[in-house]
Design a protein around this ligand. Structure first.
Ligand SMILES: [Zn+2]
Length: 298
């Protein structure tokens, strides 16, 4: 039986089988993983019956472009889209701190090579990152970023608290998202915000692409959400939902790779921009730490 970890419901059903896949690359077609869905809260998850050592699926070069060669034009497009995305993310956060006089303490969990933190205005933020991957952590330190190379759940924060905590495409990798969110809630200052970006199983890419969905990333992605299941999880861990949105410019080719085998290429290319805006492949959610008054009232 595969009981749902998020809502404890026993009503779960197998959706399809997948293999070891990362983005558009099939790493090993012989490794099979079962993908389940909870009938109650809607979360999609990897079969947890098997005892798998997940760390073996994160290679040393996980954060590097693993030899993938892009043309100069593609590199330029990626750079423009990344810069735009970082600016939008910073604006999204600053919106909640209008008229705020002091610097905003921000913690980016799973900060990778620190690109997001590096792009934040140093006059407005006190930046800190956590990254479990040693190479990525080393590269942050080379850029003078303050980063801890530790498992978030094992870090003692004592009285250290933050105004903002971010999880950019990290939540889906966690096998214990509830424990992580519970700890985040504890180390947020009153009125502090949590920003989460994660793939969206309510998207066209997932519904049509299934095991070829760009964001499936099995077995690295353990839990996948739609708006409903993400809100359910955050409410359960005492966050007030402030905003849920989808940004079409993140991973601008994801939907193309998800649908490439299901839809004639000419149709896909012709309608791609419209499809991409409509599909909402990822979700960004802002949650606010619930005030103690509100908690008492619930
Ligand atoms: Zn559930």
């Amino acid at each position: 039986m595969n009981q749902c970890y998020i809502c404890n419901s026993p009503k779960t059903a197998k959706l399809f089988s997948s293999f070891n896949v990362h983005g558009r690359k099939i790493i090993n077609e012989d490794e099979k993983f079962d993908i389940f869905k909870c009938q109650k809260c809607g979360v999609v998850f990897l079969n947890s019956d098997k005892k798998i050592n997940y760390s073996q699926y994160y290679g040393e070069n996980y954060y590097c472009n693993s030899g993938e060669s892009f043309s100069k034009f593609m590199q330029l497009l990626i750079k423009i889209s990344e810069d735009f995305s970082f600016t939008r993310k910073e604006q999204l956060i600053l919106k909640y701190f209008k008229n705020y006089k002091s610097k905003i303490a921000i913690l980016d969990i799973g900060c990778g090579e620190g690109k997001f933190l590096l792009n934040l205005d140093k006059n407005k933020f006190i930046k800190k990152g956590i990254e479990i991957n040693k190479d990525a952590c080393r590269s942050c330190k080379k850029r003078s970023l303050s980063v801890l190379n530790k498992d978030f759940l094992k870090i003692e924060f004592n009285s250290e608290k933050y105004e903002v905590i971010t999880l950019w495409h990290v939540l889906e990798h966690l096998d214990n998202p509830r424990a992580v969110l519970e700890k985040i809630n504890r180390i947020l200052k009153p009125n502090g915000i949590l920003v989460i970006s994660t793939p969206n199983i309510g998207s066209v890419g997932f519904k049509i692409g299934k095991s070829r969905w760009f964001h499936l990333d099995s077995p690295r992605h353990r839990f996948l959400y739609n708006k409903k299941s993400l809100k359910f999880l955050l409410n359960k861990e005492e966050f007030e939902i402030m905003e849920v949105k989808s940004e079409f410019y993140d991973y601008f080719l994801d939907l193309f790779w998800s649908l490439k085998n299901s839809i004639p290429k000419i149709l896909l290319l012709l309608f791609y921009p419209l499809l991409k805006i409509y599909s909402k492949e990822t979700i960004t959610l802002i949650g606010k730490k619930q005030s103690s008054d509100r908690k008492k009232a619930v």
